[in-house]
Design a protein around this ligand. Structure first.
Ligand SMILES: NC(=O)c1ccc[n+]([C@@H]2O[C@H](COP(=O)([O-])OP(=O)(O)OC[C@H]3O[C@@H](n4cnc5c(N)ncnc54)[C@H](OP(=O)(O)O)[C@@H]3O)[C@@H](O)[C@H]2O)c1
Length: 280
């Protein structure tokens, strides 16, 4: 596995598995199988309501806790709960996480960020991150953080490469983790002819070429799948290298266009929504 070094010197694998929209049963299965085949980075969130299942998958895999880079996210309705970090750790069945995000710039997000900083100082989060904090949100946080984050998790793929945001990230050595790396199942991205062409050259699938593009862009990538063959393929992307010319050709696909457009009204809804956490 290839690792990258974060701005606090911690190392993180460049490829992991995401668990958004996986039921607890599917999350448990995908996490266990992924770890058994060599994955070492897992991404979940309070809001995915599968943290207990992710914890079970980790234990069932037999992989030692300290070999796994575990990432989760506090949901906005948890930002003012003084026990949110402890409760998250309890659900996951661990005594620290490797990366703790605040999930959305909603509600009292500064209180959420202060919880991350506290967890970091206490060793309960080995690194911290912000998710969906583009534009004015990172600009405001930048003036208020005591500890700069190690990661930002945002939508990124060949149609939307976060050019603007990356200028700020470079100033602080903040690492980008891509969500919707494969377009969240949108076939038009995977079916772009360039990916089939390059896949043929390297003996890879179009999805593998896209994931390799992410890592060569310097992004950490966490594709989600409940299909064991896809999970295996998504890890098997580090034994070929796209040339500069090929990267430039893929850059031609950039439309600076997201799949997901969040509104201010949604941010209010996020702040009001309380996840119904798994009981067991
Ligand atoms: N912070 C945030 O707000 C946020 C938002 C969205 C996502 N995320 C994180 O990012 C992760 C990835 O995003 P995502 O799950 O939404 O989208 P994604 O990884 O871009 O796409 C997942 C879809 O791609 C398919 N797929 C996976 N591997 C494939 C392969 N090798 N070939 C063909 N199809 C493949 C999956 O279907 P199969 O199951 O059939 O393989 C699934 O339908 C999430 O799981 C989550 O951890 C974070």
């Amino acid at each position: 596995m290839e690792n990258i070094k974060l701005n606090n010197n911690l190392e993180c694998p460049v490829v992991g598995i995401g668990t958004f929209m996986l039921s607890p049963a599917d999350a448990e299965n995908s996490v266990r199988e992924a770890l058994k085949m060599g994955y070492r980075l897992i991404d979940t969130a309070n809001a995915y309501v599968n943290e207990r299942a992710v914890g079970r998958g980790m234990k069932e895999s037999g992989v030692a806790r300290e070999e796994i880079f575990l990432s989760t996210k506090l949901w906005p309705s948890e930002y003012e709960n003084p026990n949110s970090v402890e409760e998250t750790l309890e659900r996951l069945g661990v005594d620290y996480v490797d990366l703790l995000y605040i999930h959305q710039p909603a509600g009292n997000w500064l209180a959420g960020y202060r919880q991350l900083e506290k967890a970091y100082k206490e060793g309960k989060a080995k690194s911290i991150g912000i998710s969906n904090f583009e534009g004015k949100y990172i600009a405001e946080l930048e003036t208020k953080w005591e500890i700069a984050p190690q990661f930002i998790q945002v939508e990124a793929h060949p149609y939307f490469t976060q050019k603007e945001l990356r200028k700020t990230l470079d100033k602080y050595g903040i690492q980008l983790m891509s969500w919707y790396p494969l377009g969240h199942g949108d076939k038009s991205l995977i079916n772009e002819p360039i990916f089939a062409e390059l896949g043929k050259k390297y003996g890879k699938t179009p999805a593998q070429v896209i994931l390799r593009w992410h890592t060569q862009m310097g992004f950490v990538v966490i594709p989600c799948s409940k299909n064991v063959d896809h999970i295996r393929d998504n890890l098997n992307i580090l034994n070929f290298t796209l040339t500069d010319e090929e990267m430039a050709k893929i850059a031609g696909l950039d439309k600076n266009e997201r799949y997901y457009h969040r509104t201010d009204a949604q941010l209010d809804q996020f702040a009001a929504w309380k996840p119904s956490f798994e009981k067991e």
